[in-house]
Design a protein around this ligand. Sequence first.
Ligand code: 3HC
Length: 310
Amino acid sequence: ETRPEQEHFERTIDRDQRIEPRDWMPDKYRATMIRQIAQHAHSEIIGMQPEGLWITRAPSLRRKAILLAKVQDEAGHGLYLYSAAETLGADRSDLTGKLISGRQKYSSIFNYPTLTFADVGVIGWLVDGAAICNQVPLCRSSYGPYARAMIRICKEESFHQRQGYELLMTLMRGTGAQREMVQDAVNRWWWPSLMMFGPPDADSTHTAQSMAWKIKRHTNDELRQRFVDMTVPQAAALGVTLPDPDLRWNAERGHHDFGEIDWSELKRVISGDGPCNAERIERRRKAHEDGAWVREAAAAYAAKHAHKEV
Ligand code: 3HC
């Protein structure tokens, strides 16, 4: 029969209340929360690379300052989320080791190249837009520290999306070549942005359990549909075409129908065979190695002063 702690855990979830670090939780709940939070953190940290490459090549000081602030925010989101994972007993350096050795994942979206500065705008608009669609419901996730981290992160993400859209509006008022740059970037980032939401519900390993434990509040397909419905009018206002001939409003459904996603591409990119996977991991490994002396110095200092009362 169910143990009293199990009953308390289930009652807490049923009442839409939060599970906190000191509460009893099923081992599988702890494991899947560490898995999702760690991979979310890895995504934020790896996500600094595609745009980071443009900080030294931004077209104006204003754009450089905005991009610097955004990339810095992503770093902060990563650190925030590693701290949330640590409340479950995970160890930050162990998680970094798992990322670098490919034993933990990060979002597929960051394995695509950023070919022109219009990519910075499209990442803000589509990638951060998709992240917002995914992260707003996570503010109501059943694990307390994760939900609270999301509230702060979502506030910053909305700045990320707005600056990207404003960048594209500016380019779209520019020359023909600049308008083409935007359309080219939209063509390259649209389908990978839809893949960010994960495999279709029918092929999702975790969705059913994550919905039962209210870790996820909507399924992958529901959030993907919400993102498409939100983005179509924004594309029209921008004056770009979304690269999907099957995309159309379906009055019966009250949603947009859209074309079939190439799931083999998502599988390939997740398994490490995307355009930039090796480069992203190599850069993360090198940064970790270059930073070893800082960690050692901090640890030596802490050890030397450990006996002094704080
Ligand atoms: N990229 C990489 N791996 C993916 C993926 C993607 N786009 N979509 C799914 N996967 C992986 C899952 O991690 C899982 O593998 P695992 O068991 O080894 O973890 C497997 O594919 C099956 O997918 P499921 O749908 O069953 O897995 P989940 O229930 O975990 O759903 C998810 C996947 C929707 C990404 C969910 O984990 C989630 O909502 N995570 C939190 C949000 C997040 O990580 N967002 C990253 C976006 S980038 C970002 O936020 C930065 C922003 O600042 C731009």
